[in-house]
Design a binder for this molecule. Structure first.
Ligand SMILES: *Cc1c(COP(=O)(O)O)cnc(C)c1O
Length: 468
């Protein structure tokens, strides 16, 4: 399988190279040259497979020419198998479905070590990196910015990789206590948390600039752990198949509603559909940072000021993975995407009629403000005693508002455990939940992190000093 850049100028890479890359050299994002396609009969034959065995079927075509099947299977078993004591995901179903209402379900993606769906991708990514770097005899540096969930999931996923030094930047005093503790209590010589005296965008900007000029690393290469990394998207395709098969697919369609920030998670759903999974609706659920909802509903793809909401993991101005969809909408013409992304920096951009119609065939969208979000948490708790985290609540609300029919099972993706975000839960009048078993002593564990000013030179000096 070859991967090509959305901007058409960078060289095509294989899976291993894409895994180790950040942005493509032309500024684009890598996508598979061609999607693997599965027939209905083939998908149907996977009914009843464990999550790990299903993952093998779906991931193999993306990876197989760079990692031997047997080794890949072992990596996937190590990540998703629930047999044995060392399991990563706490629930036997890995991604269980829970019914909230007549034909409305939540897909619980928060049974991994950091209690958010990002574990699904980053646990696999860490193991793939470890395997590939060991084989190549290389060491790399991971630098990532986080508003909370990515950082802990990346650290948990890569903590055992001897060939990776990991530096995670978070905005000082602007992540929740649980989120910070989940990052800063993991001890390891290769793990470094940096609290930046600034906001998330400042962190992101410094990471971006470090990728652009890596000379401060003394020859080491930077690897990306945000969802511009193709391997993350790939891993997320699996749970759409898993949900469908659990609800009578592929002989019956399902619809999915996805709490969306960077457009990585829902893009994986779009790919699942492209690979042959019968998905009727894909609903883009946003908070007040609603560029995607404005684009789909009103053809207004313009940047607006960032708003801090009760669902911080979806607080973004522009969704980087949307570029991957735009590439398809523009018949994979990299020159057009280059031009469009350039213009987006300076002006409001809209799609032409043909592309807009196509986008609307593929996606519905809905934006949910903080008040409505708390209302959903309160309502659902009262009716079902299910406590939703604020991101999930936005997905549930969008599902209720946007579903076309009552017959098709609607699956809202539950992207985080409510314990990570107690404020909105309490605002909704519910009692904040207890930490799950494996994190019970989280608040007693010692923390380690470095506070640094919003200064690129200081951050890069810290990184280069601490590379192993
Ligand atoms: C990262 C995150 C999201 C957004 O996912 P994208 O792939 O960026 O669209 C939603 N909810 C939670 C809890 C997250 O951590």
């Amino acid at each position: 399988m070859k991967y090509i850049s959305t901007r058409g100028q960078a060289p095509a890479l294989n899976f291993e190279e894409v895994l180790l890359a950040g942005l493509a050299s032309d500024g684009g994002l890598y996508v598979p040259e061609e999607l693997p396609k599965f027939s209905k009969e083939e998908i149907a034959s996977w009914a009843g497979l464990s999550y790990a065995d299903l993952a093998k079927k779906i991931i193999a075509p993306f990876v197989a020419d760079t990692i031997p099947q047997q080794d890949l299977n072992a990596i996937i078993d190590d990540t998703y198998s629930t047999a044995g004591g060392d399991r990563v995901f706490a629930h036997d179903a890995v991604a269980p479905l829970k019914q909230l209402d007549a034909n409305l379900w939540v897909l619980e993606l928060f049974h991994g070590p950091t209690l958010a769906f990002k574990d699904f991708a980053l646990q696999l990514l860490g193991r793939l990196l470890d395997y590939v770097l060991e084989k190549r005899g290389e060491k790399v540096v991971i630098m990532g910015a986080t508003s909370g969930d990515t950082g802990s999931a990346a650290i948990e996923g890569c903590r055992r990789c001897d060939n990776v030094d990991i530096f995670i930047l978070h905005p000082h005093n602007r992540v929740s206590d649980v989120q910070r503790k989940q990052m800063t209590t993991i001890m390891g010589d290769n793990i470094h948390n940096i609290a930046i005296e600034g906001n998330f965008d400042d962190c992101q900007q410094m990471v971006k600039e470090s990728f652009a000029d890596q000379s401060f690393l003394g020859g080491r290469k930077l690897v990306a752990v945000n969802s511009i990394n193709w391997a993350r998207i790939m891993a997320q395709i699996v749970y759409y198949f898993h949900a469908s098969l659990s609800l009578g697919g592929p002989h019956r369609e399902i619809s999915c509603s996805v709490p969306t920030g960077n457009f990585g998670d829902i893009f994986a759903g779009y790919l699942a559909k492209g690979m042959g999974l019968p998905i009727k609706q894909l609903v883009v659920a946003t908070n007040c940072n609603d560029i995607l909802h404005r684009c789909i509903s009103n053809n207004d793809y313009s940047k607006q000021e960032l708003v801090h909401t009760l669902s911080p993991s979806m607080d973004i101005m522009v969704s980087s993975n949307f570029e991957r969809l735009l590439f398809d909408l523009h018949d994979r013409d990299g020159a057009q995407i280059s031009d469009l992304m350039e213009r987006l920096n300076n002006e409001a951009v809209s799609l032409d009629e043909k592309r807009l119609v196509k986008a609307r065939e593929l996606f519905d969208s809905y934006a949910v403000d903080d008040e409505a979000c708390c209302q959903v948490i309160a309502d659902m708790f009262e009716r079902t005693e299910e406590l939703l985290d604020p991101h999930t609540a936005i997905g549930v609300k969008a599902a209720q508002e946007q579903r076309w029919d009552a017959e098709t099972p609607m699956v809202a993706l539950a992207t985080a455990h409510p314990v990570k975000f107690p404020d909105p839960v309490v605002k909704a009048g519910c009692k904040a939940p207890d930490l799950p078993h494996h994190l019970e002593d989280l608040f007693d564990r010692p923390e380690r992190y470095e506070v640094l000013p919003k200064d690129l030179a200081a951050v890069q000096a810290f990184v280069s000093k601490h590379i192993s």
